[in-house]
Design a protein around this ligand. Structure first.
Ligand code: IDC
Length: 460
């Protein structure tokens, strides 16, 4: 776990956290507050505050702190009721966290804006008592065993166990990573330097390889695109990442239009990659304008082709309504629950775009996750067009939900496309810097801050 411990006295502001051992625990002094900037972009930032009550139990609390710079404002907060008057900020506990026993902690957060500099707040207090104490987080090292290798090396061959994705120790895991944009357009974004950054800086667990079938994709050069996909599988493998091979059907929406191409493509990539442990197959990106029965029929013809060559790989099946489990077509998950694909070791795709798809989609995923193995193999922080502004609140709500349900995800896109969903600013892929915060968009900064936190994959 990456967390900044008790640096408040120094007023340190940290972007991109590193693990620090806390100072020795001190006598109870009322409270401790650990302030962390989890991401920052031009004029804005996201911060978390972990509050620990070191005094007597409290049944109602208010946290206070001071913003050192006049331009710093709380825009929107969570897990407390937030207000600000001048430089003074208060956060009051809500129903489920308003009681804090001695030693108990709660995590709050907010999105803020700033005009000049963005120093860490000062003068934290809990119910008027200064938070001068410090705690050593029991989940921080050395009690937390360090990661012992790259994600694909630690987890090995994956399989579906109940509704989860499980690793070689038969334990549920969540993979967090990024999707390419169409490889026919953004090949310059997928070289050694960018993939090193994805593996080493982003600590991504997976690379989704989006191979469009139409739109100047696979259909124009089957052998060439098959080679490109295999090359990216190898590059992901060399960096210890999983590779999700996405047969990116989109228009037309009926995957059966591409059935013969799918059989040809998957028999080839499955045979070529059968001995690898890092490959997952996604057989139809986003079926649309087509019934679930037609999608199921397609899946039941393509999956046996994959199994014949690569029997143990996980396969992801797209769902109706642009992989919305049918919701975008006025249906819901019951059509899949009642009529599942007749194959083992499969998961179902759920895609969303945070600015377009909100509470009713989240409710569907919450419900469906106890009945179907789900994989969020594509999602964006913006609207379903792939452009527009990042919807931070909805994106964070989604990411928190996926984390809670251990649903693996890949974000659209690891590219420098000129649209809000891209992680890099336009022109980045012509250069050699894929690591500094200067090349990230708001979406990229948010996703990097989420994906790069420690995985803690179970190993026994
Ligand atoms: C979008 C790209 C955009 C491209 C368009 C058409 O971001 O640059 O012009 O496709 O190819 C999806 C699709 C994905 C879309 C994305 C955003 O899987 O191909 O990418 N999206 O519209 N489903 C929902 C949204």
């Amino acid at each position: 776990m990456k967390r900044l411990l008790a640096l408040l006295a120094t007023g340190a502001s940290v972007v991109g956290l590193t693990v620090l051992a806390g100072p020795p625990a001190q006598a109870a002094t009322g409270c401790s507050a650990e302030y962390t900037i989890t991401s920052q972009w031009a004029g804005g930032f996201q911060a978390g505050v972990k509050v620990t009550n070191l005094g007597d139990p409290v049944s109602d609390w208010t946290l206070g702190f001071t913003m050192p710079d006049t331009g710093q404002k709380v825009v929107q907060g969570w897990n407390a009721t937030w207000s600000q008057s001048g430089s003074a900020v208060t956060a009051t506990g809500v129903d489920w966290n308003r009681t804090l026993a001695t030693g108990a902690s709660t995590d709050l957060g907010f999105v803020g804006s700033f005009t000049g500099s963005n120093p860490a707040p000062t003068s934290f207090s809990l119910n008027g008592v200064a938070c001068t104490g410090s705690v050593t987080d029991p989940t921080d090292p050395p009690t937390d065993p360090p990661a012992t290798g790259a994600p694909a090396d630690v987890n090995g061959q994956l399989h579906v166990c109940g509704v989860h994705l499980c690793n070689q120790y038969d334990r549920p895991i969540q993979l967090r990573g990024m999707s390419t944009h169409g490889i026919q357009w953004f090949g310059s974004c997928y070289g050694d330097a960018s993939l090193d950054a994805l593996a080493d800086d982003w600590k991504s667990d997976l690379l989704r390889v989006a191979m469009y079938v139409q739109e100047d994709g696979y259909e124009t050069d089957p052998d060439g695109f098959t080679r490109q996909v295999n090359r990216l599988v190898d590059m992901a493998e060399a960096r210890g990442m999983y590779a999700l091979i996405d047969f990116h059907t989109l228009t037309p929406g009926d995957p059966n239009y591409n059935l013969d191409r799918a059989k040809t493509f998957f028999s080839s990539v499955a045979a070529r990659n059968a001995d690898k442990k890092n490959v997952i197959y996604e057989i139809a990106n986003e079926p649309n304008g087509v019934s679930w029965a037609a999608v199921k029929n397609y899946a039941e013809q393509v999956i046996p082709v994959i199994r014949a060559a690569d029997p143990d790989a996980v396969v992801i099946v797209g769902t109706r309504g642009w992989s919305s489990l049918g919701v975008s077509d006025g249906s819901n998950e019951s059509e899949v629950v009642n009529n599942p694909v007749n194959a083992a070791n499969i998961m179902y795709a759920f895609h969303f775009y945070a600015a377009s798809h909100k509470d009713n989609y989240r409710a569907t995923v919450s419900r469906a996750a106890s009945q179907l193995p789900l994989f969020a193999s594509e999602f964006g922080t913006v609207s379903a067009t792939g452009g527009g502004a990042v919807d931070r609140a909805s994106s964070i709500a989604w990411l928190d939900l996926l984390d809670q349900l251990k649903i693996s995800y890949a974000n659209w896109t690891f590219s420098d496309a000129d649209e809000g969903s891209a992680a890099f600013k336009p022109g980045t892929c012509n250069g050699s810097d894929f690591s500094s915060s200067a090349v990230l968009t708001e979406s990229g900064a948010l996703l990097k801050s989420r994906i790069s936190t420690a995985d803690n994959f179970p190993t026994s």
